[in-house]
Design a binder for this molecule. Structure first.
Ligand SMILES: Cc1cc2nc3c(=O)[nH]c(=O)nc-3n(C[C@H](O)[C@H](O)[C@H](O)COP(=O)(O)OP(=O)(O)OC[C@H]3O[C@@H](n4cnc5c(N)ncnc54)[C@H](O)[C@@H]3O)c2cc1C
Length: 415
């Protein structure tokens, strides 16, 4: 029994580690020829951290990440709307981590190669399509040397937002959906702000700044790597380049919109000016689909449920998918029944999260609520948006995403 995994990103590598833990043979096919630590910051919620700990990666994760202490929403003038503790500070049994995506990917790859050997993953292998056969599944793969076919018993598609396998399962779907916003992402070496491990979002639905440290402070300079995202809604008729996590641009495209955002405790223009590189990415997601599994093939991670990067859902849910699917393989065997069990547990919730992140259900919608109620005069914030309402809004999303303290702490690690 061999499981073929298309894609060696966050989901694909964790799937490999999970199958190794279960002693199930697997092979990963990754399209890039040489793995590089690409991306900027992402957040891992406590349930995802719990699973990384269960994979024995606790100290490795702590070496590359920062335990997020709190998460705060601010008006565009820098006034606090809602701040809540995170991870262990919020009562979870596990921390929340802010981490560089590329470092996380390299950490997972390093652990996988250490445990399973280099031969468990083939780079420069672009999975084009699959064919269901009497005995399992065949992958059609393009390599630098031409085309090849790989045979296995089951296919787990972890090939990200542009998944070729999802396109084959859902041929009419087309490109990811752009909601009209553009993100500019960067990292800057700077003094940590607030608690030193705070994550903040300021602004509203049409313009916002998100910021958090992704390294511990340097013991000599006291400075840390600060991850930031500046986001603006633009005219929907604007031509946007195809989404590419690695397209570099200059700050002139957006800096002027944030020129007055010096709140005293954080100086946005200074952070933008100090960035080593800035990456532009149109905010896209995928329309939820009504199935992920067919015969001996299923989707996980962004291939299954690409969502806007708000609410820290993307990487966390990708990690959890692998663990739920692994548990289903253990219970039902490596077959469609297992994949359907995984899908029925995750898909309804993940689809709801995708839709919530588009609109008013996401945790950050509280910023637009403040904007709408105060109509520019934030001195009336307490009167216009009572604290109880802010608290209820924050709790509603955690329940929807299945990440409330009670649910997380009451469940042991999945495997
Ligand atoms: C280069 C890169 C940078 C990113 N940077 C950020 C970021 O800064 N912030 C953020 O929030 N999210 C970022 N993401 C997305 C984030 O990693 C995912 O949303 C999340 O972690 C879910 O992981 P995933 O494994 O499902 O998808 P991904 O992490 O996107 O991994 C998919 C993997 O599949 C590979 N792949 C794609 N097509 C094929 C194919 N046909 N055959 C074989 N392999 C294939 C890709 O090379 C990639 O390694 C980035 C993704 C990539 C690929």
């Amino acid at each position: 029994m061999t499981v073929l995994i298309a894609g060696g990103g966050i989901a694909g590598l964790t799937m490999g580690l999970t199958l190794h833990q279960l002693r199930i043979p697997f092979h990963i096919f990754e399209s890039v020829s040489k793995p590089k630590p690409l991306g900027v910051g992402i957040n891992l919620q406590p349930p995802a951290v719990r699973e990384l700990y269960a994979l024995g990666l606790e100290s490795k994760l702590d070496r590359i990440g920062v335990q997020t202490r709190d998460y705060g929403f601010y008006t565009k003038t820098g006034l606090e709307i809602w701040t809540e503790p995170r991870g262990k500070h919020a009562g979870y049994n596990w921390p929340q981590y802010s981490v560089h995506r590329g470092k996380l990917q390299m950490m997972l790859l390093g652990a996988l190669v250490q445990r399973c050997g280099e031969e468990c993953i083939s780079f420069g292998n672009n999975v084009r399509s699959f064919t269901t056969t009497a005995s399992g599944v065949e992958l059609n793969i393009k390599t630098d040397n031409g085309l090849k076919v790989a045979e296995g018993d089951f296919l787990v598609a972890a090939d990200g937002i542009h998944s070729a396998i999802r396109a084959q399962l859902h041929p009419d779907e087309g490109a990811p959906v752009w909601g009209g916003a553009i993100m500019w992402r960067g990292t800057t070496i700077a003094e940590p702000f607030l608690t030193g491990a705070s994550m903040i979002l300021a602004g509203n639905n049409t313009q916002r700044f998100v910021c958090y440290p992704i390294s511990k402070p340097d013991p000599h300079s006291g400075k840390a790597v600060i991850n930031w995202i500046a986001e603006r809604t633009v005219d929907p008729n604007t031509h946007v380049e195809k989404e590419d996590w690695n397209r570099q641009v200059g700050s002139e495209r957006f800096r002027n919109d944030f020129k007055d955002w010096d709140f005293g405790w954080i100086n946005v223009p200074e952070l933008i000016d100090g960035a080593s590189a800035i990456f532009e990415y149109p905010m896209v997601d995928r329309e939820p689909v009504d199935f992920w599994t067919r015969d001996n093939t299923t989707l996980i991670g962004d291939a299954a449920h690409a969502t806007y990067p708000v609410g820290s859902s993307g990487a966390s849910q990708a990690l959890l998918d692998t663990r739920v699917l692994g548990a289903a393989f253990r219970e039902h065997g490596i077959n469609e029944k297992a994949a359907l069990a995984y899908e029925s547990e995750i898909r309804p919730m993940a689809n709801k999260v995708t839709l919530a992140n588009r609109g008013n259900g996401g945790p950050d919608a509280i910023m637009q609520m403040a904007e709408d109620r105060c109509k520019g005069d934030f001195s009336k914030l307490d009167e216009m948006l009572p604290m109880e309402e802010r608290e209820a809004h924050a709790l509603a999303f955690k329940k929807l995403a299945g990440i409330s303290v009670e649910v997380t702490n009451s469940s042991r690690n999945i495997l």
